[in-house]
Design a protein around this ligand. Structure first.
Ligand SMILES: O=C(O)CCC(=O)C(=O)O
Ligand SMILES: [Fe+2]
Length: 325
């Protein structure tokens, strides 16, 4: 059944992680309904407490306040900007040339915590930490771990909805190639000076399996509903937004929807204000096979994607974003 939601559905993750069988089933059912339609939900009881969110925002604000020449020390094009800083206007959405009005900082797995025997230890770059803002390290690592744990719980619910074993994704996301992206949509004093089609984040689908987004409550984020209407996200302060990415859409042969979304510019008189947000892009290990699941293919929904691994797909997409050559 097709449903046109007027807002992104709200769920309580504790119903799934700590509820009885009935609550757990209801969570899976509502999540499945949301992901087959609008591709987004807002959840509470995700594990990020106020103190952690506050220290994260305080530290990223101090980092982005540093002079450009200091920030650029942490910029690494040779690793496709996958760790550390990415400067203003460097990333553009797939199919566009104008850069987005944002700068960001990427954090991945802490290699210290990965066992030596695991090949991903040689595959992933080391995290980069700014010496000017030492607090960024501990706050980022804690947020990464908390969001990874919440993401694993979401993937268990998604597996049940897809009639897979509950732990289907467990080994595929163990020490996965996830990225915590701390974004600053910077103030623009003089709107005439930026390209007329430049926006905070042009419309796009996320690359990864699922995205867990902190800070979407500030104005600007909108999702494209099937009927072409843009629906603003109105998450409450205690909620984070969790959406389906392109990898999960491929795996499920479009049963679950990676919905196009964007961050629009504020009105002209508010262009000189900042917006911060922190998405956690949950990626599997690069060897994960994204071949469409058999039980998502039938005569009415023939297989829509060629077989590819998560690593192959990521490389393709990073090139399209201008982050890798
Ligand atoms: O800043 C936001 O609210 C959303 C950012 C986003 O969609 C992304 O970085 O993929
Ligand atoms: Fe996104």
């Amino acid at each position: 059944m097709e449903i046109l939601f007027d807002e992104v559905p709200s769920l309580d993750l504790a119903d799934f992680t700590h509820g009885n069988e009935e609550k757990k089933l209801a969570f899976v059912q509502k999540l499945g309904e949301a992901y087959q339609n609008i591709g987004f939900v807002a959840i509470k009881n995700h594990g990020l407490d106020d103190e952690l969110q506050k220290s994260l925002y305080t530290s990223i604000k101090s980092f982005f306040n540093l002079p450009e020449e200091v920030k650029s020390k942490y910029e690494h094009p040779e690793i496709g900007y996958q760790r550390g800083y990415t400067g203003k206007g460097k990333e553009h959405a797939k199919g566009r040339n104008t850069g987005d009005l944002k700068e960001f900082y990427h954090v991945g797995q802490e290699l210290e915590m990965v066992p030596d025997s695991d090949p991903v230890k040689k595959e992933y770059p080391e995290n980069i930490w700014p010496s000017e803002v030492v607090e960024l390290k501990s706050a980022s690592i804690r947020a990464f771990q908390t969001l990874e744990k919440a993401g694993k719980a979401m993937l268990r619910a998604i597996a049940l909805h897809l009639e897979l074993e509950e732990d289907y994704f467990e080994d595929k996301v163990a020490y996965g190639n996830s990225i915590l992206r701390q974004i600053h949509y910077f103030p623009i004093e003089n709107p005439e000076e930026v390209p007329s089609d430049a926006v905070r984040a042009a419309e796009h689908g996320d690359i990864n399996l699922i995205t867990l987004l902190m800070g979407a409550s500030a104005d600007g984020l909108q999702v494209l509903r099937k009927d072409g209407k843009w629906i603003p996200i109105t998450a409450l302060p205690d909620q984070i937004v969790v959406n389906v990415g392109d990898m999960l859409e491929r795996l499920t042969n479009k049963k679950l929807k990676s919905t196009i979304h964007r961050v629009v510019n504020p009105p002209r008189e508010k262009m000189n204000s900042s917006r911060y947000s922190i998405p956690f892009f949950m990626h599997p290990r690069s060897e994960m096979d994204l071949t469409c699941l058999e039980n998502c293919i039938d005569e009415n929904n023939p297989k829509q994607f060629p077989d590819i691994t998560a690593g192959g797909f990521l490389d393709e997409r990073l090139r399209e974003l201008g982050l890798k050559s």
